[in-house]
Design a protein around this ligand. Structure first.
Ligand SMILES: Nc1ncnc2c1ncn2[C@@H]1O[C@H](COP(=O)(O)OP(=O)(O)OP(=O)(O)O)[C@@H](O)[C@H]1O
Ligand SMILES: [Mg+2]
Length: 796
């Protein structure tokens, strides 16, 4: 870009928008003025040309008028010559000469005004130059007038009636004729002469007059020679002839003059013709030129206007483009920038270096954008900070809510459990009390019946009866066992066992007892480890759950899934299993596709004697017992059931590290012995049956029905006894306390504790006390014999 251009661009950028618009409008105004001026000039020129045309036409008209005037005047003049011999001089003068002179005067006045017109108006140079010609015309017209007057004077002299030469000639010749009368020859000559004169008067031919002169000479000589005339007459006649010839000569002279005048006329006419012709031609030329001028002006004006219009268009486009580039485009860019900011892109700025209003606007806009960015940045930082704070407090709140929910869930669970525990406790206490008494009674019944059975020989009908008594007793004992299991009064029998074979065996047992419409699927993990459990009770759990499932699928059949897995419960999951401690667990699942359990009865299914089965079909003790067993194993049971779909019972039992091998079955041995055993039971019947059983096995037995007495007996001679079998629940001194005393007396005395139920007795506790074994009441004789032998042999 050149320096000049750069300066121009800088100047343009510095200009305000108003000035830019002003400049554009100014240019347009200038163009409009130009168009108007051209129009005006064209109009003037056209007017001038029109004026010139008018003038030229007027000149033409005047010239034509002049020509016509001259023509008419000449014609009148000619007519005069033709007519005056016929109609008389006076009339012909009046009729032709006077109008002719008037015409000439008219021509002169016209030529004067024509001259004036040419001088005054702005006619062309060529026309102006015709002045001289016009002067010639004028003088010629004047001359024509003068000569015509002159010729009229001449004619007057010749032909005026009464005084003209012709009349004089006629009167002389008539006088002559009168004088010659009687002289034939002379009269002949006279007549000859007169005829020549007469012909001349008509034809005006000079030779005719000459002939008349010749004849007159002849006559003159004849007269001179005539003798018949007296001298005076002769003199008179000759004088008359002389006078006639003199007058004739004058007439001839005047005629010659007239002829030259007429010749002069023709010459003038010949000279004037071209003048008027050239004048007309010039005027026509003038008109033509003026017309050309008008045409030229017209064309020029159109061309100029078209050029201005084109230039205006071009200027409009240029101005439009310039304004578009310097205003509209900038505004569009500014709008786009503003839009970008509105849409959140605060990084943008408006590039504009001009110093006009838009430049100032851009500067302000950029300042504003920068302020917004600054503001947004600070705001973002603040928002981020606030968000972090909020997030932190939100997390804290969520944790608190979580904790609270957990606490509340736990609380609710605990309340439920407490409620359940209270309920179960109450039922348990009641049931336990009953079971205890029942156990004692059953102990006696079973014991005596057992003993009686041995006393009765085979084949005796009483033996069958006794066996039926025993069967009934055992059934009653099982029932009591179930009650005790539910009330968790029995903790006895829990030993570390591998859970897999137990479950497998139970499933095997289950298969035999449920219909074939039910498909049993087992998924038992053999590696799932050991639990501290009572094998029989685990069997009972599986059999009961299996029986319930089978019952639920009784009508339509279905699938019974039994699975066994090992799982860990972490501290984070513990709230899901409020009854469990964190650590490894064994999960036993019994799932069916049966009828499902209604929501209304869900919280009652574990209640003892709750059943939906008909009378005689279900006792309602199944799940109560399962619940009791699971609880006594420090486990947990969860139920999930959807009516119409099926039920799932999940049982969680704590696993123990003890990695046991599958137990080997101890071979059937003889439990006989001779050792001295102290049997203590406040129930004499029980004590008695035990005593009788042991004595039958060969043992020596001391029986005591009071614990203090038994202790006293032991204290007096501790070495006397090899084994003590004692009941737990006894008045004054419990079996446990008594055992404690006895151990104090003799440290290694083997003691077997038996009880219908015991909330305080658990294997570890009694083991720690030094008690060697626990026997569940009612004591089965076989179990008693086995336990006694095992303890005496020093086995655990
Ligand atoms: N798998 C199951 N599907 C549907 N309902 C069940 C299921 N298990 C238990 N129930 C319901 O729970 C009730 C109580 O069961 P529970 O085992 O305690 O007693 P029962 O089965 O009725 O009687 P019993 O076990 O003495 O034969 C049942 O009567 C039955 O209504
Ligand atoms: Mg049941």
């Amino acid at each position: 870009m050149g320096l000049k251009q750069r300066r121009l661009s800088q100047y343009w950028q510095k200009m305000s928008i108003t000035s830019k618009f002003g400049l554009g409008l100014g240019l347009f105004l200038f163009l409009i003025v130009m168009v108007a001026a051209i129009g005006y000039v064209s109009l003037i020129k056209v007017a001038k040309a029109e004026n010139s045309i008018l003038t030229s036409l007027e000149i033409q008209q005047l010239v034509l008028d002049m020509d016509r005037g001259m023509e008419r005047s000449r014609r009148l003049y000619g007519d005069f010559f033709l007519q005056y011999p016929i109609i008389g001089f006076e009339e012909a003068h009046q009729k032709y000469i006077q109008p002719s002179i008037r015409q000439i005067a008219q021509v002169i006045s016209t030529s004067r005004s024509l001259k004036h017109k040419i001088e005054q108006s702005n006619v062309s140079q060529a026309l102006q130059k015709t002045h001289i010609d016009l002067n010639l015309y004028l003088s010629s017209a004047k001359r024509f007038a003068e000569t015509s007057i002159e010729s009229v004077e001449l004619i007057t002299e010749v032909s005026a009636p009464g005084r003209g030469f012709e009349e004089q000639l006629v009167s002389r010749m008539q006088s002559l004729k009168a004088e010659l009368s009687g002289h034939t020859l002379l009269l002949n000559l006279y007549h000859e002469m007169q005829s020549y004169v007469q012909e001349y008067r008509i034809a005006r031919k000079r030779f005719l007059m000459q002939s008349a002169f010749n004849v007159s000479f002849k006559l003159y000589r004849q007269i001179e020679n005539e003798t018949a005339f007296d001298p005076s007459k002769k003199e008179r006649i000759l004088a008359l002839l002389d006078q006639s010839m003199e007058i004739a000569e004058k007439i001839l002279e005047k005629d010659v003059k007239l002829k030259s005048i007429i010749n002069d006329f023709s010459l003038q006419e010949a000279a004037l013709g071209p003048i008027s012709g050239s004048l007309v031609k010039l005027a026509m030329e003038e008109v033509k030129q003026a017309k050309q001028r008008i045409e030229y002006t017209h064309k020029t004006a159109i061309l100029l206007m078209a050029a201005i219009a084109l230039f205006g268009l071009f200027a409009a486009v240029c101005i439009g483009r310039i304004l578009n580039a310097s205003i509209t485009q900038k505004l569009i860019r500014l709008t786009k920038t503003a839009k970008a900011i509105r849409e959140g892109n605060i990084e943008v700025s408006f590039e504009e270096k001009g110093e006009d209003e838009i430049g100032q606007l851009a500067f302000t806009f950029n300042m504003m954008a920068a302020r917004i960015k600054e503001f947004v940045d600070t705001l973002e930082a603040k928002v981020a900070q606030r968000t972090d704070e909020l997030k932190a407090s939100n997390e804290k709140l969520l944790r608190e809510i979580d904790d609270r929910i957990k606490a509340e869930t736990e609380k609710a669970n605990l309340e439920l459990q407490l409620h359940q525990a209270h309920k179960m406790e109450a039922i348990g206490t009641l049931a336990g009390g009953i079971a205890h008494d029942f156990n004692n009674i059953l102990g006696a019944i079973i014991g005596y019946a057992d003993l009686a059975k041995e006393d009765i020989p085979e084949g005796n009908p009483a033996r069958l009866k006794i066996e039926n008594v025993l069967k009934a007793g055992y059934r009653a004992r099982d029932l009591v066992k179930q009650i005790l299991a539910f009330s968790r009064k029995s903790q006895i029998g829990r030993i570390p066992v591998l859970i897999h074979p137990i479950v497998k065996e139970a499933v095997h047992l289950l298969r035999a007892s449920i219909p074939s419409t039910i498909d049993i699927r087992e998924d038992l993990d053999s590696e799932c480890g050991s639990v501290l459990a009572d094998q029989t009770q685990i069997h009972q759990v599986i059999l009961n759950l299996g029986a319930n499932a089978a019952h639920a699928m009784e009508i339509e059949g279905g699938i019974l899934d039994i699975s066994l897995t090992r799982m860990g419960i972490g501290p984070s999951e513990i709230f899901k299993y409020p009854d469990l401690k964190s650590g490894a667990h064994v999960k036993l699942t019994v799932k069916d596709t049966g009828s499902g359990i209604d929501k209304d009865i869900m919280d009652r299914i574990f209640d003892p004697y709750f059943t939906t089965k008909g009378i005689g079909k279900g006792s309602g003790m199944g799940l109560a017992m399962v619940h009791g067993i699971v609880k006594s194993h420090e486990g947990m049971i969860l139920v999930n059931s959807t009516p119409g779909v099926g039920s799932v019972f999940d049982i969680y039992l704590p696993a123990i590290d003890d990695n046991l091998q599958a137990p080997e079955r101890t071979p059937e041995t003889s439990f006989t012995g001779t050792e001295h055993i102290l049997v203590v039971d406040d129930e004499p019947a029980i004590a008695d049956t035990i005593r009788m059983r042991l004595e039958r096995l060969g043992y020596r037995v001391t029986m005591k029905t009071s614990s203090p007495e038994a202790l006293e007996a032991f204290r007096q001679n501790p070495d006397r006894f090899d084994l003590v079998i004692t009941d737990q629940t006894m008045p004054h001194l419990t079996g446990e306390k008594m055992a404690k005393e006895m151990i104090l007396i003799q440290k290694d005395i083997p003691i077997i504790l038996s009880s219908g139920y015991s909330s305080i007795v658990d294997e570890q506790k009694i083991g720690a006390m030094g008690i060697r074994a626990f026997l569940m009441k009612p004591v089965e004789m076989k179990a008693l014999s086995e336990c006694v032998r095992r303890v005496l042999s020093g086995q655990k």
